[in-house]
Write a protein that binds this ligand. Structure first.
Ligand code: 13P
Length: 263
C-alpha cells in the first residue's frame, strides 16, 4: 500500500509570464524531496513547454481536459494530446470550473472516463459548499457521495483505472481563492470525510485501495496537521504553491510523514 504522500500544485491562472512559471518550477524541482510525489499543474499555455523539458523529478498535470478525442471543439484539449506531450495527470471537476464555467457532474463524468481511457492519471475534485456544510457533516457526506456516484459512473474495475484515480476532498468553503477570510478544514473533519470517500469508493466502485487527498488553504504552517494523518494521502495546493518557500515547506511536511514504500 503506497504511503508516499502526493503533493499537487494547482497554479490556477498564474503566473502571468513564462519566465516566472519557469522560476517557480525550477525552485520546486531543485529542492523536491525524493520521498514525495510532486505534480505541477501550470496553465495550459506553459504546461507543455515544461512537460517536454521535464527530467522526471516532478510530474506535470493539466488543470482540465476535454472528453472528446479530437474534432471541431474550439478551445478544447484532448486527453491524448496531453498524454502525447508528456503530461501525466489532469485535474477534473475542480469547484472553480463547476461554479464559474457551469461544469456539471455529467460533464465531469465524461472527462474522467476519457482521461482514464487515454491513460492519464485523474485528480477528481469533490467537496461541498458552505451552504451544505452549514447543515452538518452528514449533509456534506450525502453531497460528496452524490458527486462520486455521478462523476465516476461507468468507471471500469481495472487495475489501471484504480491506480490512475486520485480523489481530492476540497470543501469549496475552505479554498482560499486569494482572500484570507477562508480557513482550512479541521484535520479531524477532513479525515472523517476522506475515510467516508474511501468507503464509498470501496462499496460502490469496488476500489479497495485509493489515494485520497485534502485541498483547501493548505500552507507550510498547517500542512503537517493534515499530512501526519495516515488517512490523508497528500494535498492539492493552490495559493501556497505559487510561493516557493511555502510550497517547499509543505513538501518537507510530506517528506516527514510519508514513507518510501510506494512504487
Ligand atoms: P488554496 O490552496 O488556495 O485554498 O486552493 C485550493 C485549491 O483550489 C487547489 O485546487
Amino acid at each position: 500500500m503506497p504511503d508516499k504522500k502526493l503533493i499537487i500544485a494547482n497554479w490556477k491562472m498564474n503566473p502571468p509570464t513564462y519566465k516566472e512559471a519557469e522560476q517557480l518550477a525550477e525552485a520546486v524541482i531543485k529542492s523536491s524531496p525524493k520521498k514525495v510525489d510532486v505534480v505541477l499543474c501550470p496553465p495550459f499555455v506553459w504546461l507543455t513547454d515544461m512537460s517536454h523539458e521535464s527530467t522526471g523529478k516532478v510530474k506535470f498535470g493539466a488543470q482540465d481536459v476535454f472528453w472528446e478525442s479530437g474534432g471541431a471543439f474550439t478551445g478544447e484539449i484532448s486527453a491524448a494530446m496531453l498524454k502525447n506531450s508528456g503530461v501525466d495527470y489532469a485535474i477534473i471537476g475542480h469547484s472553480e470550473r463547476r461554479r464559474h464555467l457551469g461544469e456539471t457532474d455529467a460533464m465531469v463524468n465524461k472527462k474522467v472516463l476519457a482521461a482514464l481511457k487515454a491513460g492519464l492519471r485523474v485528480i477528481l475534485c469533490v467537496g461541498e459548499s458552505k451552504e451544505v456544510r452549514r447543515k452538518g457533516i452528514d449533509a456534506a457526506k450525502r453531497f460528496v457521495e452524490r458527486q462520486l456516484r455521478e462523476d465516476l459512473q461507468g468507471i471500469k474495475y481495472q487495475e489501471s483505472s484504480i491506480k490512475n484515480l486520485v480523489v481530492t476532498y476540497e470543501p469549496v468553503w475552505a479554498i482560499s481563492g486569494g482572500d484570507s477570510t477562508h480557513t482550512a478544514d479541521d484535520p479531524k473533519n477532513a479525515v472523517e470525510m476522506i475515510a467516508f470517500i474511501k468507503s464509498i469508493l470501496n462499496s460502490i466502485f469496488h476500489i479497495l485501495y485509493s489515494r485520497v487527498l485534502y485541498g483547501g488553504s493548505v500552507n507550510a504552517k498547517n500542512a503537517g496537521s493534515f499530512l501526519r494523518e495516515p488517512e490523508i494521502g497528500g494535498a492539492l495546493v493552490g495559493g501556497a504553491s505559487l510561493k516557493p518557500k511555502e510550497f517547499l515547506g509543505i513538501l518537507k511536511a510530506a517528506e516527514k510523514y510519508g514513507s518510501m514504500s510506494d512504487k
